[in-house]
Write a protein that binds this ligand. Structure first.
Ligand SMILES: *Cc1c(COP(=O)(O)O)cnc(C)c1O
Length: 353
């Protein structure tokens, strides 16, 4: 090893779902939304004045922050926006998890948490999900350096109720508790209503799934103004201009288009129910989903085989072969009705072979 190589940061990076570009593929592997962004977003893009790109964006992203504040009935100083919730979460880890005590998160959850912990050298302990893939609240009672929970959880899709979240808050009043609500718009109850009572609660959201804007990279979080101030201090020590001009305008417009948003989410929820029923008829076990994906395993066919056979049909889903407990499961994003009809038809064929 060369001398200079010894000082290189070594880290096993997060591996995002594949982004293939095959013609006519059905892409259900990264929980993107099958429907386009709102017509208002299209209009905002068409009318975007390219000349403003000469200028740096508003470092406070005021238009977007104020629109979100009004929508969620919080103050603007209770909102932080970032380049996808991944960036928001990355800043939150850097800002809040500085104890020598380990932070706690589930053994089966969004795999990026472990990567940030390693990147920032934050010690962590894993709380094992029970046999039904539920979190055990007692695992979060021990002294720790902070808590991060995905609710609904990924890749299981299971959502815990607010009593569960509040119980964890009651037992963790001396550390910051982050609740990653990437999928909350698909049916779960948000912890947002708790932020006024728990000054250590940070609720993280994204535009990537329910708002059909994964490609725009917009995420945000809400919490006590003191938490948001601390995150801004870190952000301004890293990059003052995380949000570009286009995403500020487009994000705000998406929030204003409430009727379209509701309709979009309702379609996906209805399609999810239909898909779950069809999968169960074919011998799949589906975990109860409050998200835009289904986590399912078949009673005969292995996860690996199903993934492979679907891929041969140009259908992409995700599985997690390196994790013993979930390696037989497929995580199938809910696509449009037309897409799901094709997927179900192909799956029916595959499981009968
Ligand atoms: C998709 C996802 C994210 C990241 O979303 P972006 O806003 O696109 O960065 C964060 N947490 C969970 C649990 C997710 O599933």
């Amino acid at each position: 090893m060369k001398e200079w190589e010894k000082n290189i940061r070594k880290i096993d990076p997060y591996v995002p779902g594949e982004q293939p570009h095959n013609a006519n593929m059905i892409k259900l592997n990264t929980n993107e939304n099958p429907y386009p962004p709102s017509p208002g977003v299209l209009h905002a893009l068409e009318n975007f004045d390219v000349n403003v790109l000469r200028l740096y964006p508003d470092d406070k992203s005021k238009v977007l922050v104020d629109t979100l504040a009004e929508y969620y009935h919080v103050n603007s100083d209770q909102i932080f926006v970032g380049v996808g919730s991944d960036e928001v979460l990355g800043f939150a880890f850097l800002t809040f998890f500085n104890s020598v005590k380990p932070i706690v998160f589930s053994d089966i959850t969004y795999s990026f948490y472990k990567v940030w912990a390693k990147l920032y050298k934050i010690p962590y302990t894993l709380a094992p999900l029970d046999e039904d893939f539920r979190m055990k609240k007692e695992d979060f009672y021990e002294e720790n350096g902070g808590v991060i929970i995905a609710n609904p959880n990924a890749p299981t899709g299971i959502c815990e109720n607010l009593e569960f979240i509040e119980d964890i808050l009651l037992h963790n009043q001396d550390v910051v508790v982050i609740v990653d609500e990437a999928y909350i718009d698909f049916g779960g109850k948000s912890a947002l209503e708790l932020i006024d009572r728990y000054e250590n609660l940070l609720v993280v959201r994204t535009f990537s799934k329910s708002r059909s804007l994964a490609g725009m990279r917009i995420g945000f979080c809400m919490g006590n103004a003191r938490l948001i101030q601390a995150m801004n201090d870190v952000k301004y020590s890293f990059n003052s201009y995380t949000m570009n001009q286009v995403s500020i305008v487009v994000g705000a417009q998406s929030v204003r288009d409430e009727a379209y948003f509701r309709e979009n989410v309702a379609k996906i929820i209805a399609q999810r129910t239909e898909t779950e029923n069809a999968l169960r008829m074919m011998g799949f076990t589906c975990l109860p989903s409050a998200t835009n994906f289904i986590f399912a395993k078949h009673n005969k066919k292995s996860g690996k085989e199903l993934l492979q056979k679907l891929r041969e049909k140009n259908i992409y889903v995700r599985n997690f072969p390196d994790n013993e407990r979930i390696k037989e499961y497929l995580r199938i994003t809910i696509g449009s009705k037309e897409q799901m009809d094709v997927v179900l038809k192909e799956l029916k064929q595959i499981v009968m072979e």
